[in-house]
Design a protein around this ligand. Structure first.
Ligand SMILES: *Cc1c(COP(=O)(O)O)cnc(C)c1O
Length: 357
């Protein structure tokens, strides 16, 4: 359905770049955007007029369905530059497949593969100067789709806008975070949209996360919605636990997002001969392991922060501190991944995808 054939992307050039106004040494995540954005509209059953134009505001009717029913999905990817000015994406095919998986769940038409990759190549090349070399520097890529049909009847939109925004980024989430294990709230449920990068999932997390912040914690570890017995995700990241030398993470399901970083950590760990268990993880088992000093690490995994170590967790108002490991799995995987992403290490799984000039 709705797949148009290859179309030329129209490019509307900027008059002058804004790059000189940006302090690349003091970037906060996700609030500065490059010179260009990509836009493509869906109407009458097809995607039309793929266009790259100067980054700027949109004009949308206040009655557009996105504002009323939240029909919106997104992706999060990054481009990395090596010291020879070569630019790479990391496993972009996974993001392409996932945005369409998310779209399907939200009754949004799929976006064509050829336009997705053609748009990526062209916009990244136009904004190539915004990608700084060096581990920690990257260009965050935010593809997203919103429902644009005018009308407040509660039914799927028949018009959509697909866009790509680019935002220069530096290392994000510095330092270890303290987390609360969810005992009341849930981010997703069986049969729900937890596996999709659907906008509303994130809006729904803010309130319980604020409650955790008020208690001095930065993030929530989400548990299953039925019994709050199983550990599922940490904030907007997948979560890993290390008990002694075994690495454990929950299996993906309709409640858990199938993260590219998660899959990559599992593959690297297995490649390195680390014992990996992908299985449901009981809260009680982690609490026990913490009490017995067998819980060595907890870390989140996701594109934005790569690996985010946890320094402590709270459960039933008891805080459990984790050991401060200098050379733990978290720092090991962060290094392995960022070195592959920046073309500083062998890429045994062919994860790099070059954006040639
Ligand atoms: C995006 C996301 C992740 C991480 O996925 P990556 O592909 O590794 O970036 C994990 N959990 C949730 C809920 C997410 O939205």
């Amino acid at each position: 359905m709705s797949l148009t054939t290859s179309q030329n992307i129209h490019i509307d050039k900027i008059e002058s770049s804004r790059i000189d106004q940006v302090d690349f040494n003091n970037l906060t995540f996700g609030n500065i955007f490059t010179d260009y954005m990509f836009e493509c509209d869906y109407k009458e059953g097809a995607w039309h007029k793929p266009t790259i134009k100067p980054y700027g505001p949109l004009t949308i009717s206040p009655a557009a369905k996105i504002f009323h029913y939240g029909q919106a999905v997104f992706e999060g990817m990054k481009a990395y530059k090596d010291t020879n000015d070569r630019v790479f994406l990391f496993r972009p095919e996974e993001n392409f497949k996932r945005i369409n998986k998310s779209a399907k769940r939200m009754a949004i038409p799929e976006f064509p593969r050829d336009i997705f990759f053609d748009a990526m190549h062209q916009i990244i090349n136009l904004d190539r100067a915004w990608i700084k070399p060096g581990v920690g520097n990257s260009l965050y890529i935010r593809p997203f789709v919103i429902a644009t049909q005018v009308g407040v009847s509660a039914s799927p939109s028949n018009e959509y806008k697909f866009m790509i925004l680019l935002s220069p980024a530096q290392a994000y989430y510095s330092g270890a975070v303290k987390v609360v294990i969810a005992e009341e709230y849930s981010r997703s449920a069986n049969g729900g949209v937890g596996y999709a990068k659907a906008a509303g999932n994130y809006g729904a997390q803010f309130y319980p996360t604020n409650l955790a912040r008020e208690k001095g914690f930065q993030q929530v570890i989400w548990t299953d919605s039925n019994e709050h017995k199983y550990l599922e995700e940490a904030g907007t990241m997948n979560v890993f636990f290390r008990i002694n030398d075994t690495l454990i993470t929950a299996p993906t399901s309709d409640r858990i997002l199938d993260g590219v970083t998660r899959k990559s950590v599992i593959a690297l760990a297995e490649h390195d001969g680390i014992n990996v268990e992908v299985r449901p993880i009981l809260v009680s088992e982690i609490v026990e392991a913490a009490k017995n000093n067998e819980l060595k690490e907890i870390f989140g995994a996701g594109t934005a922060a790569v690996i985010s170590p946890v320094s402590a967790f709270s459960y039933k108002n008891v805080t459990y501190d984790l050991p401060n490991l200098e050379a733990g799995y978290a720092s090991q995987f962060k290094k392995r991944l960022t070195n592959i992403q920046h073309n500083l290490a062998e890429d045994p799984f062919n994860w790099r995808y070059e954006i040639s000039k």
